[in-house]
Design a protein around this ligand. Sequence first.
Ligand SMILES: [Zn+2]
Length: 163
Amino acid sequence: MRQALVAAHEARGRGEVPVGTCIVNGDQMLAVAGNRTRTDQDPTAHAEVVALREAARRVSNYRLIDAVVYSTIEPCVMCAGALIQARVRRLVFGARDERAGAVESRFKVCDTDFLNHRIEITAGVLEEECRELMQDFFRERRLAKGLSEPPALAGGQSQNRLR
Ligand SMILES: [Zn+2]
């Protein structure tokens, strides 16, 4: 998760929503990536998808059956779907995304019973740090736009509508 946080900080430096993902297989690091949607002008370039692509290329296999994916924020619908497609073994995430999270918060994509693949889920790892990075980012962006802080931020929810 520390590596994922480094990638999230790096994404923030590029003006991206600060989300980072790290994929490991045993002792082997397969990929580390931050959000790249703006950098690449690609709406699918969320950290999780970028990292899955890199990891799959590295092992020359579109299935990552023993992989553990660390992500700073609860994945969205697209990314949760991609994790299932890749058949990853385990997902570890930092902070929940109450607005768009698709693992526990808004949807439970990984729990659907018609899928014959179950991903082990661990939530809340380095949660505060992961959430604060997002909150700082959106607070700064709001201040830059001269807007006041909405109550949702004070309540500890992520505001990643710009992601
Ligand atoms: Zn996503």
